[in-house]
Design a protein around this ligand. Structure first.
Ligand code: NAP
Length: 490
């Protein structure tokens, strides 16, 4: 169940918010402590459009209720008498409201500093207080705090509402129902959160499909730092929805890879995407990596095979297949023997360089920091040239693996237009904007172009195929990326 928190300051606004909450969620939590006037319990609860939890949180537990404890508890008692389906009473005050009449008692524990080690002991105390429903909301200081909370929720009696607060705790909010949690809290809209880390109800329902989660829902995700900008959750959740796959995909901002791997294993995750800055640092945590990953030293995909963590790199295959398809359209058979110029020697450049050499291309590398191009060329046994000399280069395939031309510097190109000849294949790893200046100029000069957009969709589709062993809905994935980029005006 999705429970929408209502933080209205007037009774009229609360009444209106309850109607919106009934549309967005399954149940509402009316935070009486946010009211700036006395609660009109009889009137508001008489017209409730969905089940309602009444909460009157004191300041010491992160709420706003001031005044005497006796009055605070009396308000809850009246709420129960006026038709609240549940009343939330804090563990340390539970003895003051041992019976809530027709309403069920949620006995709650909050900790805004940490997720303490003794969660099972706290749950036992809540149970001893006679709770119909136990609630534990604690602050996550690590990703594995989510795992401890979800392990507590699984199969608990009485039913438990168990969530971690804060940015690191968001996974527990999205996954708690998957683990048997009684409900998860959500905000009515961004900015209307009643606790840190709450996700809007609409997002919980339509994007993460929380009401459909079962103990069998497979968990995937992407790790990186920062991660807020990632399009991967939208791509994969839409793909799952389109194919009716019982799976969910989350974004994890990860600063400590070991902490994430602990969470991955404890939640029984089936796979994840890996982005900057963890493409290298995650390698030591794999049980097995493929040969190319071992040589490149970077990966972007984790899959679980026979219970073991397997690392691979779909970025590279996606870039190469786009180039090979463009060559094939021009009547060439593949990269073997083709001369290729790669501009860039960062993470993407390094992977693409290995792939090109592996496919038998004659590679030349240029990079702003010449020493990096030289080192990579030496490692691969190929040639490097100064960036200033690329205008004289003649060959079959030109690859940009720098960030030049990327939003907001869309007027820049890494290569002079004059060096582009008809029949050449020009690949730009930049996907934002979808058509870069380099690709525009290349198309105008008769070259075949391959966009970073194409690579981005292909690398995600390859991850999907690795995880599910079935064709990816590439058109859905491309639509999602395209819509996101267009919405951002690119
Ligand atoms: P990275 O490791 O930070 O490398 C950046 C590269 O760009 C380096 O070679 C850097 O040269 C060069 N560079 C940066 N600013 C430059 C400038 N003003 N002039 C010339 N060269 C410049 O980043 P990365 O992960 O390799 O990513 C590179 C690009 O590929 C980004 O645009 C990224 O979005 C894109 N990418 C796309 C996909 C996809 O799926 N389409 C996947 C991965 C990456 P120095 O060595 O001199 O700093």
């Amino acid at each position: 169940m999705i429970c929408v928190s209502i933080t209205a300051e007037t009774n009229a606004a609360a009444q209106e918010a309850l109607r919106a909450a009934a549309d967005a969620g399954d149940i509402a939590e009316w935070r009486l402590d946010y009211l700036e006037e006395p609660p009109d319990l009889e009137r508001v609860l008489a017209r409730k459009p969905c089940p309602v939890i009444c909460t009157n949180r004191p300041v010491r537990e992160g709420g706003r209720a001031v005044g005497s404890e006796a009055r605070r508890i009396e308000t809850l008692r009246q709420a129960a008498a006026c038709g609240a389906d549940y009343v939330d009473i804090e563990l340390d005050s539970a003895h003051l409201l041992p019976d809530a009449g027709p309403a069920r008692r949620i006995v709650s524990y909050h900790n805004f500093a940490e997720t303490p080690e003794n969660l099972p002991e706290v749950l036992a105390r809540i149970k001893a207080a006679g709770a119909d429903i136990a609630k534990l909301a604690t602050y996550a200081n690590s990703l594995s705090d989510n795992a401890r909370m979800l392990e507590l929720v699984r199969g608990a009696d009485p039913p438990v509402i168990g969530v971690c607060m804060g940015e690191l705790g968001q996974a527990s909010r999205i996954l708690t129902c998957r683990f048997g949690g009684f409900l998860t809290f959500a905000s009515l809209a961004p900015g209307a959160e009643s606790a840190p880390g709450q996700v809007p109800a609409e997002e919980m329902r339509r994007f993460y499909r929380v009401p459909e989660h079962t103990p069998h829902t497979a968990i995937y995700g992407v790790i990186g730092d920062p991660i807020g900008h990632s399009m991967s959750p939208a791509i994969f959740n839409e793909a799952f929805k389109a194919l009716g796959i019982d799976a969910v995909y989350l974004a994890f901002r990860v600063t400590d890879v070991a902490d994430f791997i602990d969470l991955f294993k404890r939640l029984g995750m089936r796979g994840c995407s890996v982005t900057i800055p963890h493409k290298q640092t995650i390698l030591p945590f794999m049980d097995e990596v493929d040969d190319l990953v071992r040589r490149i030293g970077a990966m972007n995909t984790v899959a679980v095979r026979d219970g073991r963590l397997f690392g691979t790199n779909t970025d590279l295959l996606a870039a190469l297949s786009g180039i090979e398809e463009a060559l094939a359209r021009g009547g060439s058979e593949g990269l073997e023997g083709k001369s290729a110029l790669l501009i860039g020697a960062g993470g993407a450049g390094r992977a693409i360089a290995f792939g090109l050499v592996d496919r038998g291309a004659r590679l030349t590398i240029a990079n702003r920091t010449r020493a990096k191009a030289d080192a990579l060329a030496e490692e691969l046994g190929c040639e490097s040239i100064p960036l200033e000399d690329i205008r004289n280069w003649r060959g079959d395939v030109l690859v940009n693996a720098t960030s030049v031309g990327m939003h907001p510097r869309e007027d820049a190109s890494p290569a002079p237009a004059e060096m582009i000849r008809p029949g050449m294949v020009v690949f730009d790893a930049v996907y934002n904007p979808m058509e870069t200046k380099l690709l525009r100029e290349a198309a105008a000069r008769g070259a075949a172009t391959v966009s970073g957009f194409d690579m981005f969709v292909k690398q995600a589709a390859a991850q999907f195929e690795l995880w599910f062993d079935r064709p990816a809905p590439a058109e859905v994935m491309a639509r999602v990326v395209g819509e996101r980029l267009r919405r951002a005006g690119r």
